[in-house]
Structures are given as C-alpha cells and as structure tokens.
Design a protein around this ligand. Structure first.
Ligand code: ATP
Length: 465
C-alpha cells in the first residue's frame, strides 16, 4: 500500500471508549515532510488519533500504516515516531543533558555519538549552554524545548506533538510557534501536531485537519479551510463568521437576511435551503447611502488593535459582525455591500431533526431513549419502529432538566445572525438540533420537550422507502 511520498495513512479508523464512539471512520494521508495539524474542540478525538498513530491506543476498526507498513500490532517503541506531550514529562532528577541522552543510552549508542547528537539538538532548540542545568530550574518554555530536543534526538521520521505549547503564556507560545516552524524546516521530518487553537493551526501548518465529534470535517491548506469552509462548523470554528440560513434561488443567486444577493455558486438547484457564510472583513460598510445592498444601525464599535469590530443590527432583526479599518459610531445609520465572491454557500447538513423511534403505545413514542407523548397514531402499535421529524424551532429546552421529558447537554452553539442553532446531546448519545432565541451556554444541562403536535411520525420502513 506504500504510495510515493506518503508516510502515514490512516484508513477508516473507529475507536470506542465504553459505549462512546470517539472516532468515526477517520481517514487521513500525510505526506513525508508535511506539517499537519489536527484541529478541533476539546473532546473531538484529536489526541486519540495521535495516540493511535503513536501506538498508545489500538483502533477498534481500521488500519494505521507508517512508511507503507501496517502498524496496528506494532509496539509504540518500534514505530518510527516520537511524541512530545502537553506536559513535558521530563525526568526531574536528571539534568538537561541526561534527559535528552536517556533514550540513546538505552539503545547503547556510544558516548561520543551521544555527546555529538545531544549538543546538536540543544543548538537546534536554542538551548546551548544549558546541558548541565537541572530541569526544575528551567522555565516552562525551556522545559518544552528540552522535551522537543529529547524527541528529535532519536531522529524519528515523524514527530507527534500533542498541544506542546498549551502550558506556555501567550508571548512564549508565539515565539515557540516561530521556532517550531523553523525546526520543522531544518529537520525536514514530518510533524503531526494537535491543537484546539485555530490561530496556531493556521500559522504553523501545511495542512489542517478539522475534526468534530470524532469525525473529520475538512482537510485542506490553511487558506482553503479559511476561505472555503465546507460546513458551518468549520466556518464557525476557524475565524469569525456571519452565518445565515439562506435559500439558493437559482444558479448564482442566493437569498438571506430577506435580501437577494448575487453569488458565484452554481449547481445547487432552485429554491434549495442552504447555509451562507460571510466573513466580517468581507462586508463593506459605509454611512447610509442608496448604493448599499442593505442597511442597518451600528450597535457597537470596538477597536481591536488593527481593525474595528462593528456590530450592526438590520431592521429585519439580524445582527452582523463587520470588521473595518474605520470606526462607525454606535447609533449611526449605515449601508452594506457584499461582493458575490465573498458569499460562501454551503449545502445544509440537515433541514430538520429526523429521529429513529419506537412506539410505546398509540400515544407514546420512545425517542432519544425517553418516552414522549404523541398524538394518537392510527395503524401503529407498540413496538413498531418509526421515524419522527421535528423542526429545529419546535424543540423546547428547559433550564431545569427535571422539567424535560428527556435530559441533554449542549455540545455546540452556532449563532446564525438572528437566532442560535444548538446541538444538544441526549442521555443516549443521540443529537437533537434546536433553533432558539434564548441564550444558552456550552455544556449547559437542559431538559428537552417536544409537543405532540410538532412530531411528524411515519413507520420507519415507509419513510426509508
Ligand atoms: P482535548 O483537547 O480535550 O484533549 P481531544 O480532542 O484531544 O480533546 P480526546 O482526548 O481524543 O479528545 O478524547 C475524545 C473523547 O474520548 C473524550 O470525550 C474523552 O473524554 C474520551 N476519552 C479519551 N480517552 C479515554 C479513555 N482512556 N477512556 C475513556 N474515555 C476516553
């Protein structure tokens, strides 16, 4: 399976911890010498993917190839990779030199060779003259440099880095990012880097792999990922975005915020619901003029160092974030223009909730692992499998989980210019999606209610046909 230039190939990886699937059909190929970053929110499966490459975890499904060889059963220390962890994991009782030399001594490398190699990597990480220092006397940044030196002294083909800069302060992080990039160039080896920091990912990488809930969302260069996000999750996670529900009216014509706009997208069909993303720097703002495509009133304007961040409310109830080099005072009437090429149109992943359920009796249905009341279902009996559709804005959430038919926690929040689109994970692990005007917070525990008249119930076999 060795393909020219490919060093790592992950094929259809799945991983379960108990009854929780943390990786779902993850496939990825990494080229020799590439700097690849796996990016995503906490808990999305980044570290698990890295640990599977390193051999510290075994996939339940799928294959890991490194350098063309199947690695699934190969012990971590026999793989041509080295890992730098979040916490430096240095030996506190050894000095810098001995920390770095440790692995080489175990391998029986000669004393003179060890000396040459340790000194060479110390130079590379900017720590010459520190070799006899106790590691406890070093700053966090210096300790992390020693950890990197210890990993690269083994001359691995691949360096795996798991949030290596997360314990450092902002300034040190920025400096280390530049150094890491230089080290990558100098060493010419493959770096696989894990972070939840999108700016870090965009700065460092040749290729970014965006993950969410165990699923790869998009793989591409930093500019591709930023300019052409494939879905709302990526658009929201990478940089700032205005995200709208829209309708593709016809080729190159899309409507959102109650206005029609020219765009560059084709092939969606006619009158198809879509998601629309416009970056804040791509909305042109000016004092109110008839030349604008739409109008609004500034509600706030904050200086962000280079640009101003301006929040504008439109008469139809939408709220936009705009970035501009000029300030626009709160209360000012303004007009806006968006160029066709700055409008990013994406297919919707779903337009309603479609849940698998089972009839409990004629007026109750089991959904999300709980018993919900429904309208009397003629022709359906207990035990019949059903499919239940519920529109996003018909799912009601309660503050107190005991007031809900079912309990859930909010795992993702997307602001869509005039409402919030929430992902709520029910107790049984299934997601339900909710449109609401109420403000919730990530990780809030909520009750979930659905009114009987808001469920569209069909026999599972019929709706599948
Ligand atoms: P973070 O940035 O918070 O480290 P991550 O994206 O790296 O997150 P993982 O560490 O891969 O995520 O974890 C994915 C999911 O698997 C999480 O829900 C986590 O709690 C769970 N998990 C990880 N390791 C184990 C384990 N050994 N046993 C049980 N659950 C685990």
């Amino acid at each position: 399976m060795s393909k020219e230039g490919i060093i790592i190939s992950l094929e259809h990886l799945s991983k379960w911890f108990g009854d929780k699937r943390v990786l779902d059909d993850v496939s990825l190929t990494i080229k020799k010498g590439e700097f690849v970053t796996i990016l995503g929110p906490s808990g999305c499966g980044k570290t698990t993917t890295l640990r599977i490459i390193a051999g510290f975890e075994t996939p339940d499904d799928g294959n890991v190839y490194i350098g063309g060889s199947l690695m699934n059963r190969v012990q971590p220390h026999k793989r041509p990779v080295n890992t730098v962890f979040q916490r430096y994991a240095l030996f506190p009782h050894l000095n810098v030199f001995d920390n770095i030399a440790f692995g080489l001594k175990l391998k029986g490398v000669s004393r003179s060779e060890i000396e040459t190699r340790v000194m060479r990597v110390l130079k590379m990480v900017g720590m010459t003259d520190y070799e006899w220092r106790n590691v406890d006397s070093l700053s966090g940044g210096q300790q992390q440099r020693v950890a990197i030196a210890r990993a690269i002294v083994n001359q691995p083909e691949v360096l795996l880095l798991d949030e290596p800069l997360s314990a450092l302060d902002h300034k040190m992080r920025k400096d280390m990012q530049i150094e890491l990039k230089q080290m990558h160039k100098q060493l010419g080896i493959t770096f696989v880097y894990v972070t939840h920091d999108q700016e870090e990912a965009l700065t460092l990488s040749d290729t970014v792999v965006v993950m969410n809930e165990g699923v790869v969302q998009q793989i591409g260069s930093p500019t591709d990922i930023y300019n052409e996000p494939v879905n709302c999750f990526v658009a929201d996670f990478i940089g700032e975005s205005n995200i709208f529900n829209g309708t593709m009216i016809a080729d190159r014509k899309v409507s959102f915020m109650g206005h029609e706009f020219e765009c560059v997208d084709e092939g969606f069909g006619e009158n198809v619901p879509v998601d629309v993303v416009v970056r804040p720097e791509d909305i042109y703002i000016m004092a109110r003029t008839d030349r604008g495509q739409f109008h609004g009133v500034v509600s706030s304007c904050i200086f962000k160092g280079v640009h101003y961040e301006i929040i504008v409310n439109t008469p139809d109830g939408y709220e936009l974030m705009i970035q501009d080099y000029n300030p626009f005072e709160a209360g000012m009437e303004v007009s806006m223009i968006i160029k066709p090429s700055d409008i990013q149109v994406m297919r919707k992943e779903r337009i309603t909730n479609t849940l698998e359920g089972e009839m409990i009796d004629q007026t109750h249905v089991e959904l999300l692992g709980c018993g919900f009341e429904c309208l009397p279902q003629e022709g359906l009996a207990a035990g019949n499998k059903v499919r239940v559709e519920v529109d996003f804005d018909k799912v009601e959430l309660t503050d107190d989980k005991r007031d809900g038919t079912c309990e859930g926690d909010i795992t993702f929040i997307l602001y869509k210019a005039d409402h919030w689109h929430l992902t709520v994970r029910a107790e049984n692990g299934e997601n339900i999606y909710v449109d609401t005007q109420d403000v919730w917070e990530d990780r809030d525990i909520v009750g979930i209610n659905i009114r009987p008249e808001d469920m569209r119930i069909t026999r599972a076999e019929e709706s599948a046909a």
